[in-house]
Ligand binder design. Structure first.
Ligand SMILES: Cc1cc2nc3c(=O)[nH]c(=O)nc-3n(C[C@H](O)[C@H](O)[C@H](O)COP(=O)(O)OP(=O)(O)OC[C@H]3O[C@@H](n4cnc5c(N)ncnc54)[C@H](O)[C@@H]3O)c2cc1C
Length: 167
């Protein structure tokens, strides 16, 4: 039994975990990545936006700081490389963990925070699912997380901040 189960270890989940832990709550943080940070660990560029929200600092550095902060609390348990697959009427959360998904865990929580992020808003057009057609976030994941360059000649559609950063 945990006081607060937080599903998703991106900046939202990490912030919630740090704050709840600072108030004394027993927190369980579950994330499906191999490491915590969500989108932050893919972001090698310096953040735009408000200085209060880490503007001017690289996303990967923000993630490192938040992970350091969370390790200060003994009453935070991190379950990583684990996907939450269900939430049942008896308030049990089911978690599938491991590379092969062969570990099944159950968790009871008094409160649950969903911080699972969002999915990329892919441009709808015929054949947008063919190999070689990517959303900018997918390219960022391939390059910055897995070290794979998706191609040498790229047509980038959209020159907003994400288009520029990924280009
Ligand atoms: C290409 C790109 C560049 C960006 N650049 C900037 C920038 O410069 N400045 C800025 O302010 N913002 C930027 N953003 C936006 C910022 O990254 C997001 O707003 C932020 O990461 C959202 O945080 P989050 O915690 O809500 O979600 P996420 O960071 O997406 O974290 C959610 C986590 O939950 C996990 N998860 C999902 N479902 C489950 C499940 N069932 N079980 C377990 N875990 C689960 C996910 O794998 C992920 O680790 C950028 C985003 C992208 C894609």
């Amino acid at each position: 039994m945990t006081d607060i189960a937080i599903i998703g270890g991106g900046p939202a989940g990490l912030s919630a975990a740090i704050y709840a832990a600072s108030l004394g709550a027993k927190v369980t943080l579950i994330d499906d990545g191999l490491e915590l940070g969500g989108q932050l660990i893919k972001q090698t560029h310096k953040f735009f936006g408000s200085e209060k929200q880490f503007a001017g600092i690289r996303g990967i550095e923000i993630a490192k700081k938040m992970i350091r902060d969370i390790k200060e609390y003994d009453h935070v348990e991190v379950i990583d490389n684990a996907t939450v697959t269900g939430y049942y009427e008896d308030e049990v959360i089911t978690i599938v963990q491991g590379v092969n998904g062969d570990i099944l865990k159950k968790l009871n929580a008094k409160r649950i925070i969903l911080a699972t992020g969002a999915s990329e808003n892919m441009l709808p057009f015929i054949n947008n699912d063919l190999p070689g057609v990517y959303g900018a976030g997918a390219v960022q994941t391939l390059m910055n997380l897995y070290g794979v360059v998706p191609g040498n000649n790229i047509l980038m559609i959209g020159a907003g901040n994400i288009g520029l950063v990924v280009s």
